[in-house]
Structure formats: C-alpha cells, structure tokens
Design a binder for this molecule. Sequence first.
Ligand SMILES: NC(=O)c1ccc[n+]([C@@H]2O[C@H](COP(=O)([O-])OP(=O)(O)OC[C@H]3O[C@@H](n4cnc5c(N)ncnc54)[C@H](OP(=O)(O)O)[C@@H]3O)[C@@H](O)[C@H]2O)c1
Length: 310
Amino acid sequence: MRVLIIGCGYVGTALGERLVRCGHTVFGLRRSIAGAADLSAAGIHPLTGDVTRPGDLATLPDSLDWVVNTVSSSRGGPTEYRDVYREGTCSLIAALSSVDIHRFAYTSSTSVYGQMTGGWVDESAPAKPAGETGRLLIETEQLLLSAVSARQFPAVILRVAGIYGPSRGSLFQKYLRGEARLDGDGLRWLNMIHRDDVASALHAALEFGQPGEIYNATDDEPVSQLDFFRWLDSQLKRGIPPTAGESETTGRKRGVTNKRVSNRKLSALGWRPAFPTFREGYAAAVGVAQKLAHEENRPSSKPGRLSLLD
Ligand SMILES: NC(=O)c1ccc[n+]([C@@H]2O[C@H](COP(=O)([O-])OP(=O)(O)OC[C@H]3O[C@@H](n4cnc5c(N)ncnc54)[C@H](OP(=O)(O)O)[C@@H]3O)[C@@H](O)[C@H]2O)c1
C-alpha cells in the first residue's frame, strides 16, 4: 500500500513505523522540515505542507491507497480547532477528490461524548459535547460522513481516548511533579489508550473499518482518577494527590465529563490492545521512575532527576 499520514507526529510516526515494518510505502506530512530526520529514521518519506493552506495540498502524492489524518491542534483553542480540524479536513477531502483512495482514517476524540453520569458509552450514544472544541470535532466528523454519503469518500472515524506512552501522559507527569489533583471525590472515570495501540487501531481501521463507521479507540479498562493514583502510589510510594481547590477546577479546555467508553465495536474488527489497561501501559515508565527514585535516595546522587522524567 502507498500511505500518506497527514500530521505525522506522535501517533502518526508510530503508525508509519508500523506500516513500514509491514512493507508499505509511507509518506508523512508536517508543517515544518524540523521533524524530517525522525521520519526518515523510521523509514517514512517526509513531506512538508500545512492543511490550513489548501495550496499546499495540491502537491500531495497522486497515487495513494490509504490516507490518515492525525493532525493535531498543537494545544490550541477553538480557532485552531476550526482551522486545523474542520477547515483542514474540508481541504483534504477536496484535494483527494481526484485520487482513488481505498481508505481515509481520521482521529477524532472521545471528548465528543459529553456524558456526566459515569455510565458506559458506545458509538450509538449521543455525542453532544458541552464545549466549542468538542462541537468542532463533531462538525469535522459530519463533514467526513457527508462525503461518505455524497460521493463514497472512504472515511472511517476513530474516537480516541487520552493518549499516553513514551514521553506522554499528562496526569502521570503531574503526579511525578507533585502537581496532580483529584477532582472532588476522585470517582470520575478516565479513559486512556497507549500510543502504540492507537497506531494498531488505525491500522485495523484501514484494513477492516467500514466507510461511514465510527469506532471508539480506548483500552479495556476505564479507571477512576482515585484508583489510578492509588495504583501509582502502590508502585511509587508518593501518596494520593490532594483534592483540587475551586480555582484549579475552572477553565478546563475540554470541560469535565464522566463516562466509561466501550471499545467493543473496534474489538469486533479483530483489534486487541497490546496494553489492555493502564497498568501494563505505564509499567515501563513506572520502572524508570522507580529506578530514578532509588538513585535519588542514594547519598551521592544529584537531587531532582525524577522531575525530569517525562
Ligand atoms: N493527545 C490526546 O490525548 C488525543 C486524544 C484524542 C484524540 N487525539 C488526536 O489524535 C491525533 C494524533 O495526536 P498526536 O498526539 O499524535 O498529535 P501531535 O503529536 O501533536 O502530532 C500532530 C502532528 O500534526 C502536525 N501538524 C499540526 N498542524 C498541522 C497543519 N496545520 N498542517 C500539517 N501538519 C500539522 C504537527 O507537526 P508540525 O508541528 O511539525 O506541523 C504534528 O507532527 C490528533 O488528531 C489528535 O487530535 C489526541
């Protein structure tokens, strides 16, 4: 297969590496040339271009089988979401109109489920996010679904949970820095997925996903915030974080939801996560943190290295 990964960053590079290992030819597009060496090292052909500039998309490779859109908003707000996700996807659909692709996969987010009651949600559950960024993700999904109906554009959508993995996992890093906080009683559910499992989920969606279908990509076991911290404490002996004060809970970008996201539909495609729960997924990072903590406790060591682990 000839594959183009648009926004070939954290997940895109892992996916590209995986596809190269399977013998596929992979192109990876980013805005700047800065990451080109990383892509080349992974066997991915680097391309530069910006999805917010339709002119840049005129020079995409003209023979492609699979296209994946893993562009991110680079931690931006509604303006970036609108430009990068909604308008960028619109430009991509137009740019690919003359290319006979077999599959297009897009990484949406489980943040589109605004549910607050802690119950299970699958793809048939209402996706009515409270915030503007979530609504822009839904509008992006709708653009793709309309293109599927109007002209058989072969789009498959993955709603991806909170991604963690090497150098990622914001709650874990906050825990190590002593900055993590519990929301209220800590019983809010977290839905997570390891980066390598997002890559394998995208691969499964490209191979077996049905155009016009939405699949949740999350691991097998949602965990409450409190249980996540309890497990980290059992491994690292750094205690349970305090409850957040009023000023720390306001102004969250994605709003607070409380739901357990089911991966049953994606599993029915034959996908299985290599890291079924956060315990397997964080084992390596916890091992490194334990080793650094052990070294810090030695009388001759320099203090503070643990805080560098991220
Ligand atoms: N992080 C999460 O927990 C989470 C949860 C749910 C869904 N997702 C989705 O999962 C996908 C993958 O996330 P990720 O963590 O791999 O993101 P990432 O590491 O930020 O990678 C995204 C890539 O997109 C490129 N990019 C950004 N703006 C671009 C533009 N205008 N044109 C072309 N390329 C652009 C960036 O490279 P340059 O800066 O070099 O251009 C970067 O390499 C994203 O769609 C994200 O929204 C993430």
